[in-house]
Ligand binder design. Structure first.
Ligand code: HBI
Ligand code: FE
Length: 277
């Protein structure tokens, strides 16, 4: 009798997903085998991190920039335990290594219990600019630094809790869009502040980060209902970027959201075309 993780490992292999799922625990976590990273992989990391941290100074939300400095992520592949301990002390968010994409339910369960899953494999030198699946650089460099910011961390934990509710209601597609247009591609313009990026898909991309804040990007004031109704593509620049007014407001909107009503009304509807917003 195969376990759920063994079944999932077979599915990933069949889909050609990267990552070694053969040794993951029932919650889909693994060990980060730090010694396994080659000198070339450390070089991949330092090239990407040097380039992105320059862009982050200009385009990233202040809390991301300070997280990057505090967690010391730039000079080499970071050690999970070290950063996890620092982050846990700072904002209560330990990191858990995972072999790659894991099923939505365990992913949301980790977030709901204030644990951030970070992929343990890293792209190769000839994939420097783009990998389809989230790798160590996307997760660790893109998602982790801003978790030093309590308001955003609270949103991510609430998101995990409500996403589990949404799955039970049959609203996985709707709730996945909310993650996509905030945690992955979110922009924010706080009162009297400049427009900045906080989404990991932007913060880990050398090209889409400047694009999203540039003249030709389609930026839309954020509304949680519109976000959850809007489709997205995973392998091209986004055709809409939603701009939050504050992390507190995003948290409030998700707290107030009537998920059952949302799923009943829009669960089966055609997605909105982001280009039409
Ligand atoms: N697994 N490791 C990992 N990382 C993710 O970002 C991730 C996932 N599984 C599911 C998932 N994301 C989506 O459901 C979310 O993007 C909504
Ligand atoms: Fe991501």
């Amino acid at each position: 009798m195969l376990s759920p993780t063994q079944i999932y490992a077979q599915e990933c292999a069949a889909k050609g997903l990267r990552g070694d799922y053969s040794a993951c625990r029932s919650d889909f976590t693994v060990e980060q085998d730090y010694a396994a990273y080659s000198a070339e992989q450390h070089e991949v990391w330092t090239i990407l991190a040097a380039r992105q941290s320059l862009l982050a100074q200009k385009f990233a939300h202040q809390s991301y920039v300070s997280g990057l400095k505090t967690l010391d992520l730039v000079d080499r592949i970071p050690r999970f335990e070290t950063v996890s301990q620092t982050l846990f002390e700072l904002s209560g968010w330990p990191l858990v290594p995972v072999p790659g994409l894991i099923p939505a339910e365990p992913f949301f369960a980790h977030l709901a219990q204030k644990r951030f899953p970070v992929t343990n494999w890293l792209r190769s030198m000839d994939e420097l600019d783009y990998v389809v699946e989230p790798d160590l650089f996307h997760d660790f460099f893109g998602h982790v630094p801003i978790l030093v910011q309590p308001e955003f961390g609270d949103f991510m934990q609430l998101y995990g809790q409500r996403a589990l509710e949404a799955i039970a209601l049959g609203g996985t597609k709707l709730i996945t869009r909310l993650y996509w247009y905030t945690a992955e591609y979110g922009l924010i313009q706080e009162e009297g502040q400049e427009l900045k990026a906080f989404g990991a898909g932007l913060l880990s991309s050398g090209s889409e980060l400047p694009f999203s804040l540039g003249p030709s990007a389609n930026r839309v004031p954020a509304s949680i209902q519109t976000i959850m109704r809007t489709g997205y593509e995973i392998d091209r620049f986004q055709r809409a970027y939603f701009v939050q007014r504050s992390f507190g407001e995003l948290f409030e909107q998700l707290t107030q959201l009537d998920l059952a009503a949302m799923v009943a009304q829009w669960g089966g509807a055609e997605p909105l075309d982001p280009g039409s917003l």
